[in-house]
Design a protein around this ligand. Structure first.
Ligand code: NAD
Length: 335
């Protein structure tokens, strides 16, 4: 028997998790829950899921539910996760793990005291392109890396109603840039210093920042720059990551991975690296398979609850930097 999971929150990302988890080896969806019952029923029917829970308590009290997927607005992550852990469930919680470090700590403490596991949805480390980037970095394919750059270019329709509120969403850093932050950590290691500025020209109707620029210094000495916005008017939309090494260049942009890497190709031309793509949402399925093994077989997983907290810490350092005009050293004290 695989890991039996209840998915809570059937909105935009619930719709992605549902087929990915249904197709994953070693895990199955036993039911779904959403405050919007009709939406939950529709999603369950479309995915052939047998059960729609009538209430959150029903999820918590069902002995058939081993794990809960928390796919809710950000301010609901900590309370739902902690209640699920205390009810004896394992939890896979959407990014960001929680808006504040204090909430992340309470979630990690609840996992430790209940003896259950807590994982963040850090889906991009399971994408074939990012996996390949890490493989190339680890085999020293572009030499010693000294510089990294990321772009997150999204358009205003990305911003849901709750995302426009300060606690629900927390801005483009908390909801979007957290992705390249955990990806860069996975590729390049821990971050030592963070600096950030928001621009003053708000272009999206949301209370928190809609665009920002972040500078990172890694513990290894690598420098990075991250640009992110929800305000792109007419495109192009993109999430890109570029790495520069002493002996080459590696870039993921618009689903294409390209490199100039004499060590890999024997020349200084630009090469496209073929990717084994297995569907747009394959990363979510592979994530669920990894976490199911982590829970059922106690295997090490690619990311942990602690990695979820570390990603939030980088975002919080960026907020603190913008507010104070200073560069912020990590680790941060609890906010
Ligand atoms: N990993 C990714 O690539 C990715 C992409 C998009 C969103 N997300 C994350 O997924 C989470 C949800 O985002 P979304 O875009 O799906 O939002 P959404 O608004 O589309 O869906 C949220 C759903 O939760 C339900 N809901 C709200 N409060 C509830 C409660 N207390 N109990 C039960 N149901 C409740 C709503 O009815 C809605 O259906 C956020 O953390 C967001 O950052 C992740």
């Amino acid at each position: 028997m695989g890991l039996s999971v209840a998915l809570v929150g059937m909105g935009r990302i619930g719709k992605v998790h549902l087929p990915a988890l249904s197709a994953a080896r070693g895990a199955e969806v036993v039911g779904v829950y959403d405050l919007n019952m009709q939406l939950a029923r529709d999603r369950a029917e479309a995915a052939n899921v047998p059960r729609v829970f009538a209430s959150w308590d029903e999820v918590l009290n069902d002995p058939d539910v081993q794990c809960v997927g928390v796919l809710l607005p950000h301010d609901a992550h900590a309370p739902y996760t902690i209640e699920a852990l205390q009810a004896g469930k394992h939890v896979v919680c959407e990014k960001p793990l929680a808006p504040t470090l204090a909430e992340c700590d309470r979630m990690l403490a609840a996992a430790a005291s209940s003896g259950r596991k807590l994982f963040p949805v850090h889906n991009r480390v399971y994408s074939p392109a990012v996996e390949k980037m890490r493989e190339i970095v680890q085999q020293d394919g572009i030499g010693e890396i000294f510089l990294a750059q990321t772009n997150g270019f999204e358009a205003p329709p990305t911003v849901q109603t709750w995302l426009a509120t300060p606690r629900g969403g927390g801005g483009v850093l908390m909801s979007q840039a957290v992705h390249p932050m955990y990806v860069l950590r996975w590729l390049l290691g821990d971050i030592a210093r963070v600096s950030c500025l928001f621009g003053d020209r708000k272009v999206v109707d949301m209370s928190a920042e809609d665009h920002a620029v972040v500078l990172l210094k890694f513990a290894s000495g690598i420098a990075a720059e991250m640009t992110c916005t929800f305000g792109v008017a007419h495109g192009p939309l993109d999430h890109s990551i570029t790495l520069h090494g002493r002996d080459g260049y590696l870039e993921l942009s618009r689903q294409r991975l390209q490199a100039i890497a004499p060590r890999l190709f024997g020349d200084t031309e630009l090469h496209e690296i073929p990717l084994t793509e297995t569907g747009a949402n394959a990363a979510f399925g592979r994530m669920w398979e990894d976490y199911a093994r982590g829970i059922l077989e106690n295997m090490p997983t690619r990311q942990t609850g602690e990695d979820g907290k570390r990603a939030v810490e980088i975002v919080q350092a960026a907020y603190r930097s913008n507010a104070t005009g200073r560069t912020i050293d990590l680790p941060l004290g609890v906010d």
